[in-house]
Write a protein that binds this ligand. Structure first.
Ligand code: PBG
Length: 325
């Protein structure tokens, strides 16, 4: 049976109808807000390529986390850019290091907000790569995952509600799980950056996190944007290794991957709307070429429609305010 019996427009006739038949809902419950922590006090240093986003000292990060929680955002994702950068990522391993301090301070000031700690070596190493580098310039896998596991334990001890390894080394989820369990953190979940692509859309983030690689690129560990089957392989491996949530990153250019991952696993799927996706919208809106709130809501709704249960977004607190009943 087709037209004129069937008319798809009947259920689009009014806002009330559109609300009734809406398939995907965006709520603040699904949002996670990234924070960039730097040394010092009372520091709010604007990230030029990300309008509205600042590098924050621990005290300011506490304020920002509080404000996000007050807006209705349930979780923050913490990145640290310590002053001390060396070959062994000492600051990330230090119980008094910048990330550990920030985790402790936020949990103390607002215990209701979940603190997810990004676990990687790139922010704390002088070479800016996500793992250990040999004198030949090779990113070493098996020694890196031991260090990453130690970093995860350090953050769990500091009070992190979840650890989120973003390094893309093989076997890091199982290594982190084993070390967390051995150190008394069996209940700390792992959010695995499972399908993380070697994307140009991380450009603005690298300014914020001071984590650009000093040589080469990340293509020997992050995924080729051309591959979707391989994303499923990565995700299934991480689930097998004990990941409690899995992530696809970036989000917007990889909606097909989000859908395939959602259909393949039973754990929550997180999508990361990364810095470049944020900056594109901001830049076009600043020129009056796009309606910012509409673009933000449409991209986030589309990421949810593709199958993401949760979304990490730099727009999180703002969106949470817009969505308030
Ligand atoms: C580092 C890391 C990156 C992002 C999150 N963790 C950058 C990279 O891999 O170079 C990107 C986040 C963003 O662009 O918003 N391991």
């Amino acid at each position: 049976m087709g037209f004129p019996n069937v008319r798809a427009r009947r259920t689009r006739a009014s806002d009330a109808w559109r609300r009734l038949v809406r398939e995907t809902r965006l709520t603040a419950d699904a949002l996670i807000y990234p924070l960039f922590v730097v040394p010092g006090r009372a520091v709010r240093h604007a990230v030029e390529s990300m309008p509205g986003i600042c590098q924050l000292s621990v005290d300011e990060a506490v304020k920002e986390a509080k404000a996000a929680a007050a807006a209705g955002v349930p979780a923050v994702l913490l990145f640290a850019a310590p002053a001390r950068k060396d070959a062994t990522a000492s600051d990330a391993l230090d119980p008094q290091g910048l990330a550990a301090q920030a985790i402790g301070a936020i949990k103390e000031a607002c215990p209701q907000v979940l603190v997810w700690a990004d676990v990687c070596l790139c922010g704390a190493t002088d070479h800016g790569h996500c793992g250990h580098v040999t004198p030949q310039g090779v990113i070493e896998n098996d020694s890196s995952i031991q260090t990453l596991a130690q970093v995860a334990v350090n953050y769990a001890r500091a009070g992190a509600d979840a650890v989120a390894p973003s390094d893309m080394m093989d076997g890091r989820v199982v290594a982190i799980r084993a070390r967390l369990d051995a150190e008394g953190h069996a209940t700390t979940p792992i959010v695995a950056y499972a399908a993380k692509y070697a994307s140009c859309f991380y450009g603005p983030f690298r300014e914020a996190a001071e984590s650009a690689p000093a040589f080469g690129d990340r293509r020997s560990y992050q995924m080729d944007p051309a591959n979707a089957r391989e994303a499923l392989r990565e995700v299934l491996l991480d689930v097998e290794e004990g990941a409690d949530l899995v992530m696809v990153k970036p989000a917007g250019p990889y909606l097909d991957v989000i859908r395939q991952v959602r259909d393949a696993v039973r754990v929550p799927v997180v999508a990361y709307q990364v810095s470049g996706e944020f900056s594109l919208i901001k830049a076009a809106a600043a020129r009056g070429w796009i309606d910012e709130p509409a673009a933000v809501l449409e991209t986030l709704t589309s990421i949810r429609r593709a199958g993401a249960d949760l979304i990490i977004s730099y727009f999180a607190p703002e969106v949470a305010r817009w969505l308030r009943p």
